[in-house]
Design a protein around this ligand. Structure first.
Ligand code: NAG
Ligand code: NAG
Length: 381
């Protein structure tokens, strides 16, 4: 352990070169240096405050002190183009240093944003964070460092409260999200790892959900090696929507392999599994208004549940009735005649000439017998 710490400090002294060294040490999401092996090479990945996590909404704590987040300068992108880079793990957009984030105890300056996604298929994962065990199709991360306490990203990323990351869950729907085309339309120019292009600057705030007031907050880590536990996480309650075609492009255009590599490897499923919460708490900036918060899925579940309940009850009642009737087969045979007699006698007493309605007097006993025959047959089948 001591050796690892020493090496760590030594590497830290090297600064940027060290970051390069870490990136050279190629890790992947699956395979030999897949996520279950990350901690062997990057000790912090085995820590107790890792990200992402599954957010169990009933176990979150409402914190009225969590003020709305305020993106500063997100919409003032200026004239300088953004750089879009395939680092072999995701597509990264470097952000200008005047973009920052207010609403946290310190001012955080924007550094970069990137995406995580799956490999298609309905109900297949893609997001890193999950809510009540449910994945979204993709997730956008906007990374900031604490520029009040630290001089730069490399200095901040190893420190507690050094980073603030915004997590935005992405789901698919019918409509194209034009804001995301500012990225997706250029992915074809960085198909291979280590390719970089400049793209027109755009309004970064247009990628975020409209409701920035409702979010979950917890202390966690980078979701990729070296997994430093330095991140104040904000996961927005509102999801953003892109089209299925946009998601498909995101999932199928990029390679994790370099242009020269003989074996092309699609860059897919670049999301880490959720990590144990351990001692940590997840705070919510809003209260769960359970009545209003029912999603369409929950409503469907309730409707189906109630319907199943009714059908079940009907089956039981029918079974009970049948059992009772089966016990009195003789009486059932007698009843039709009694009923018929009753009908005619009633009709006769009410009116001398029996009205046509009197013919509608049913003989339920016969129906029951027929029913029994039918169900008897179907049981054999
Ligand atoms: C970050 O700040 C540290 C501490 O001031 C400094 O030593 C290092 O060179 C800086 N790194 C970069 C990439 O600017
Ligand atoms: C994160 O950790 C800091 C320092 O330990 C603590 O003050 C803060 O309340 C924690 N925040 C959350 C959201 O748990």
């Amino acid at each position: 352990m001591d050796f690892v710490v020493l090496l760590f400090i030594l590497l830290l002294r090297l600064g940027p070169q060290w970051t390069a060294a870490v990136e050279d040490m190629s890790w992947t999401y699956t395979g030999l240096v897949g996520q279950s092996q990350w901690s062997e090479h990057f000790p912090e990945c085995g820590g107790s405050s890792q990200s992402p996590v599954d957010i169990v909404t009933t176990q979150t704590k409402y914190d009225p002190g969590l003020s709305p987040l305020t993106p500063l300068g997100y919409s003032q992108h200026g004239n300088r183009p953004f750089s879009l880079y395939n680092n072999g793990h995701t597509a990264v957009i470097e952000l200008p240093d005047w973009m920052s984030l207010g609403g946290l105890p310190w001012l955080f300056s924007a550094v970069q944003m990137h995406l995580h996604w799956g490999s298609g298929g309905p109900n297949y994962g893609g997001s890193e964070h999950t809510i009540n065990g449910q994945s979204a199709e993709a997730e956008l991360h906007v990374v900031h460092y604490n520029s009040e306490l630290y001089p730069n990203m490399s200095a901040a990323m190893t420190q507690k409260d050094g980073l603030a990351v915004l997590g935005i869950l992405i789901v698919t729907g019918e409509e194209t999200n034009p804001a995301f085309n500012n990225i997706i339309n250029y992915l074809s120019r960085i198909r291979h790892a280590n390719q970089k292009v400049f793209i027109p600057a755009f309004d970064v705030q247009s990628l975020l959900p409209k409701d920035l007031d409702r979010y979950y907050r917890y202390n966690g880590s980078l979701t990729t090696p070296p997994c430093f536990q330095s991140v104040i996480w904000t996961l927005f309650h509102e999801r953003v929507q892109i089209s299925k075609a946009q998601l498909l492009k995101m999932e199928t255009i990029l390679y994790s392999s370099e242009a020269e590599d003989a074996d092309r490897m699609l860059l897919q499923d670049n999301y880490r599994a959720t990590q144990p919460l351990n001692h940590r708490a997840v705070f919510a900036s809003f209260t769960a208004e359970s009545g209003k918060e029912l999603s369409s899925g929950e409503v469907t579940a309730i409707v189906i549940g109630v319907m199943c309940g009714c059908v079940g009850l009907a089956v039981i009642v029918r079974f009970l009735l049948k059992t009772i009737r089966m016990k009195e087969p003789e009486k059932a045979k007698e009843k039709p005649q009694e009923m018929a007699l009753n009908c005619t006698s009633q009709a006769e007493t009410r009116d001398e000439r029996p009205s046509p309605q009197s013919h509608t007097c049913d003989t339920p006993g016969q129906d029951t017998l027929e029913d029994n025959n039918r169900t008897g047959k179907s049981n054999v089948v």
